[in-house]
Design a protein around this ligand. Structure first.
Ligand code: H2B
Length: 101
């Protein structure tokens, strides 16, 4: 099935189930905060595994105690699709186990 960009309304409805995530209509973003740098770095590795499993990849920016996740779908010209929502859901699932907030 073809991957289609979601409308702003669709994105906002889906983000109701993903607290902390936001959109400008062109990407989904969330920044997580951790108690230490190593915890943030460990989550990068875990997210990388999920991304390889899904075949879909976010931009991950590792800070001192933070990890910023920013994702859209390149193959539709940099818009938000269901693939981005799915990646955000999967990242949210593992975040508590890393002490992310
Ligand atoms: C062939 C491979 O699945 C594609 O190049 C994937 C890889 N990861 C991707 N990640 C993102 N964010 N958007 C894409 O369009 C995309 N395409």
């Amino acid at each position: 099935m073809a991957v289609e960009p979601l409308s702003q309304k669709d994105i906002e409805e889906r983000l109701e189930e993903l607290p902390g995530w936001s959109t400008d209509g062109l990407r989904l973003r969330r920044t997580y905060t951790f108690d230490g740098h190593f915890a943030a770095a460990a989550m990068v590795v875990h997210v990388a595994g999920i991304q390889e499993e899904l075949g879909h990849h976010a931009e991950l920016t590792l800070g001192y105690h933070t990890l910023a996740v920013s994702v859209n779908t390149h193959s539709v010209g940099g818009k938000v699709t269901g693939l981005d929502i799915e990646l955000a859901r999967r990242v949210e699932e593992i975040a508590p186990g890393h002490g992310a907030r």
